[in-house]
Design a binder for this molecule. Structure first.
Ligand code: ADP
Length: 372
């Protein structure tokens, strides 16, 4: 009996090791200082380095493309917070070729909570990224082609409504206005698709200019109040007096505030309260918080909230109009400029959506496209 157990232990360890050795994902184990002590076969295949070159080195061997901010966030998460880190980055093979990678790094702790080693799993996602890029370019092309006739329909409808005011009946006028309304919705959808493709292909430009946040939010509130005047929401707005001027891309900032505020109005009953707070957090982040007392998000659908085309079961029954692209776009914008985004929600009680901008401002980005 004893023998059997003793015999089984080395065999199962061997099987386990050969499974890790042969795994298609690249797996490394480093000591607590980040020095590689184990690398499976895939590491050599992806990076092009030999195991002699890899063991005793650090993952910077192929990860030297990482920018300093990314590196600090990663290291802070795994070594100070002792948490799992997930991210996508660009690495470099030994032959100089650049590749896209998805990484998962976990610290492994002893019983006292001290880090004994790190385990890192990496996947080469270059092909997947190339397919995604092709899809986004296709969406961009299709949306561009649709935009022109839709704009022509818009002008023609406006002209028809203006010129035939005296000769058409009230019911014909209402019908023309309904067509104009549907056309307007199609234009918004096409514009959202264009912006999605610009963000996904990385061609969006971010041009931060130092400015005050207060007037932008006031303007967004005013616009929403005018657009949804028949819903009579009571919008309360408070901004921390300590909020400094901050480098912002006004159009991108407005897009997020308008998305959150419009949602707070659309997904709550008329005459309810909406609170907007702008606060300084930890002295280095400006947090914009929009709280409603609306329908909330069902618990089991919360993890999907920032996904493309997502609409929650409860609210889409009440508010049939929506693209499910606003939050997806907001998250992409926030990630592109270096902020954070999140929400809390209880179904039938309400939701609080928030996003942050570093006090140092939005990270500028070169590109050739703006928001559609
Ligand atoms: P849209 O509003 O056009 O559908 P969004 O991406 O802005 O697209 O929102 C996605 C979905 O998330 C909405 O359809 C709705 O189901 C849910 N949602 C967003 N904001 C709220 C909110 N404040 N309260 C309740 N549900 C919300």
């Amino acid at each position: 009996m004893d023998n059997k157990i003793q015999n089984n232990i080395p065999i199962s360890l061997e099987i386990f090791k050969s499974a890790v050795d042969q795994a298609s994902d690249h797996i490394i184990i480093t000591n607590s200082n980040g020095i590689i002590v184990y690398a499976n076969k895939s590491v050599g295949k992806t990076t092009g380095y030999t195991s002699e070159e890899i063991i005793g080195n650090t993952p910077k061997l192929w990860g030297q493309q990482m920018d300093i901010l990314f590196y600090h966030t990663l290291w802070n998460t795994i070594s100070n917070k002792k948490k799992h880190y997930y991210g996508q980055l660009i690495n470099k093979r030994k032959n100089g070729e650049i590749y896209d990678a998805e990484i998962h790094i976990s610290p492994i702790l002893d019983t006292n909570g001290n880090i004994i080693f790190y385990i890192g799993i990496e996947q080469d996602i270059t092909k997947q990224k190339a397919v995604d890029k092709m899809k986004s370019e296709f969406i961009s092309l299709a949306a561009h082609q649709l935009r022109t006739p839709l704009t022509a329909i818009k002008w023609q409808l406006e002209l028809a409504l203006e010129n035939s005011k005296e000769v058409i009946s009230e019911s014909q006028k209402i019908r023309l206005m309904k067509i104009a309304d549907s056309n307007e919705r199609m234009i918004s959808l096409v514009d959202a698709l264009l912006t999605v493709s610009h963000l996904e292909t990385g061609s969006i430009v971010i041009t931060p200019i130092k400015m005050q946040i207060n007037p932008i939010i006031e303007q967004c509130i005013e616009e929403c109040k005018n657009k949804y005047h028949n819903r009579h929401h009571d919008i309360q707005y408070v901004i921390d007096s300590l909020i400094p001027e901050v480098p912002l891309d006004k159009i991108l900032f407005e897009q997020i505030v308008q998305n959150f505020l419009t949602n707070a109005i659309k997904y709550s009953l008329p005459n309810t309260h909406i609170d907007i707070h702008v606060v300084l957090e930890n002295n280095d982040q400006i947090k914009i918080i929009i709280k409603d007392n609306g329908f909330g998000i069902p618990e089991k659908q919360k993890e999907l909230i920032f996904s493309r085309f997502f609409r929650a079961d409860n609210s889409k029954l009440i508010e049939t109009d929506g693209t499910g692209l606003g939050l997806y776009l907001s998250k992409k914008i926030v990630e592109a400029y270096g902020g954070t985004i999140g929400f809390e929600s209880i179904e039938n009680k309400g939701s609080t959506f928030w996003f942050t901008v570093p006090v140092t401002g939005m990270k500028p980005k070169e590109g050739d496209k703006g928001i559609a």
